[in-house]
Design a protein around this ligand. Sequence first.
Ligand code: TRP
Length: 370
Amino acid sequence: MKNETTTLFDHTSRQLRALCAEAGFPPNDDTPVDMLSELLDAAGHRRLGDGPAWPSDVADDATPVEFSVALDDTGDRAVRVLGETLAERPGLSSNVEQAQRFLRRMSERFGIPTDRFDAVSDLFLPEQPRGHFAFWYSMIFRPGATPKLKIYFNPAVRGEGRAAELVAEGFRRLGMEDAYAAATEHSVLRGDADRFTFFAVDLDDSPLSRVKLYISHHDATADTVVRASEAVDGLDRDGIREFCGLLGGDTTVFAGRPLVSSYSFVEGDPKRPGNYSIYLPIRDYVSDDARARARVAEFLHRRGIDASGLDRAIRAISDRPLDAGRGLLAHVSLRLGQFGTGTTIYLSSEGYDVLPPRVDAVAGCASVGS
Ligand code: TRP
């Protein structure tokens, strides 16, 4: 249990250890927690009771990390940590410098190749970044495998008006000039309502190492994302509708936090995305986490996946009553395509705060309570 003197590292490392243990990682593998310690660095020593040092947008309560558990349809599991490095004196520019130090250390330690980062870093990391963030990481852990790193850049880091140009140039520099058109032709159709969210690169040499583009669809319906998914041939469109219907409850227009699409490209086939994913910020469409859990469990059940793994993952993160708050289950995503299908659950650390259950409805939604 945490108290006022618990540090950010104490709190999040306990959660990560428990999450890895329940996912079947070898108990003596300290690598995930070591990497978390490096990621948080000085910020990890700060007491939770002193509040966040920086208003990180990684999570609603400004905790600079968010966990996720990827449940592949093959039965494989991955544990991931989305994180923002914070400088001793946090600021958009100083946090970026800190992130680069972390990358150098991890690259030396695990032989992580940085050529993709090097190819686009001057584009996405200007001296004076704008917006909510400039540089986030995902650390990806699978039992017995070398950890992987993924970097998220902010397309709006030079202003919203230049986002499209940055994304197109980013793909071009990575040898994927056709990717921009392939990704946007079905997904950026509604003016300001469809916005570039992240440009992300996997830092590894494997043939399935991806470059990913994320697009947020404000005030979208299931039709919006089904159409966006049509950039990838042969996907289970009914599965996408079922995902929106079950996890959104009675929601028809997702007027709270947006639905998000992502497209994955690999070097072997840079013209067409191989995978499409949809992310649903379930916390904005439920009254509380008990409801969110029930909907996710039902979705997993329909996909033939045992929901007990979901409950164990939730309990690794928190023992609070699920109906006492909202946002422990932050997002749910569905991955579809030739690089593998599966469901991912994003779990908040709730280091600083728990969002209260909601009693009112989101404007524009038929209901959020069911
Ligand atoms: N907290 C931000 C949001 O909810 C960013 C974010 C964190 C995010 N994890 C995510 C966005 C997963 C999409 C999917 O928008």
